[in-house]
Design a protein. Structure first.
Ligand code: MF3
Ligand code: CO
Ligand code: CO
Length: 275
């Protein structure tokens, strides 16, 4: 039995395991935080070119978020010391910014989570560095479609399994593998909260979606097998078979009629090429 709780106060939220049903104030706060996440990802577009170090991209993210009144949620989160995760090629997620420079032909995910007025806006997008082979561009395109199909399935009365199934069906029809080891998550005043948002599943299973729920959908899709491996740094997740991996993430809220996306690009930049 799924536990739901209606959240009305402005007080710091507790991680109770219950799924929170938020009100209008939370949706307004999430729209602002989500817009800052999207603007941060927009800002990076001209910088995602060969020769740029991932640490430099991370510094741009920090400076932009702070200049706009936010704080990167990942700074100091479980010992993580950067403002973004930057995941290149076969890195599935949680790539750590560093001296590594971008090379032409690579596909790169940047994941940012500004906290603005206490609310978390969590979003990631793929970028193409220089000319990228069609095989990799296709993975990126199908991964974006997977995210949007999941979002289309997210409405009151539907179940988490419907979202998962929409994603899994599209990925597997394209003979891609859907990563099982990482999920989307509830968020709001907390970064990671109930419910767990899986990206593979069966229709009609899992918690029912209700107006007021706020969560991310963030499918990680591999050209090869779904299996991942954690590197010795304790963060970087890579595909076990070293195949390319892509991911897009939006933060959304369930409304009476469907859902709202908090992290839409004000420039309309949904998937690459961004221009
Ligand atoms: N932004 C990631 C997510 O989508 C979480 C990153 S946590 C970090 O949930 F510590 F690795 F940065
Ligand atoms: Co997330
Ligand atoms: Co994220």
């Amino acid at each position: 039995m799924t536990d739901f709780v209606t959240v009305t106060s402005d007080a710091p939220e507790a991680r109770t395991g219950a799924i929170k049903l938020h009100g209008a104030a939370a949706f307004a706060g999430m729209h602002k935080a989500g817009r800052l996440a999207a603007e941060t990802l927009d800002m990076l577009v001209p910088h995602m070119v060969p020769g740029v170090a991932t640490a430099e991209i991370d510094r741009l993210v920090y400076d932009f978020i702070v200049a706009n009144g936010g704080v990167p949620a990942t700074l100091g989160y479980r010992g993580y010391t950067h403002s973004s995760c930057i995941s290149i090629n076969h890195v599935v997620c949680h790539g750590i910014p560093g001296e590594r420079t971008l090379k032409a032909g690579e596909i790169v995910n940047v994941d940012v989570t500004p906290i603005l007025d206490g609310w978390h806006g969590d979003s990631s997008r793929m970028y193409l560095v220089g000319d990228v082979p069609i095989r990799a561009r296709r993975l990126v395109e199908v991964t974006y479609e997977c995210l949007m199909l999941g979002i289309e399935a997210a409405r009151p009365g539907a179940h988490m399994g419907d979202v998962a199934h929409a994603i899994q069906r599209h990925a597997e029809r394209n003979r891609y593998g859907v990563v099982r080891d990482f999920c989307g998550h509830g968020l709001g005043r907390l970064f990671h909260d109930a419910p767990e948002v899986v990206h593979v599943g069966r229709p009609g299973t899992g918690p029912e979606l209700r107006p007021g729920m706020i969560f991310t959908i963030e499918p990680m899709i591999n050209i090869g097998r779904p299996d991942v491996k954690l590197l010795d740094d304790g963060w970087t997740a890579v595909t076990r078979d070293r195949s390319l991996s892509a991911q897009f993430e939006h933060s959304i809220g369930i409304t009476d009629s469907g859902c709202e996306i908090f992290t839409l690009s004000p420039k309309g930049w949904t998937q690459p090429p961004y221009q």
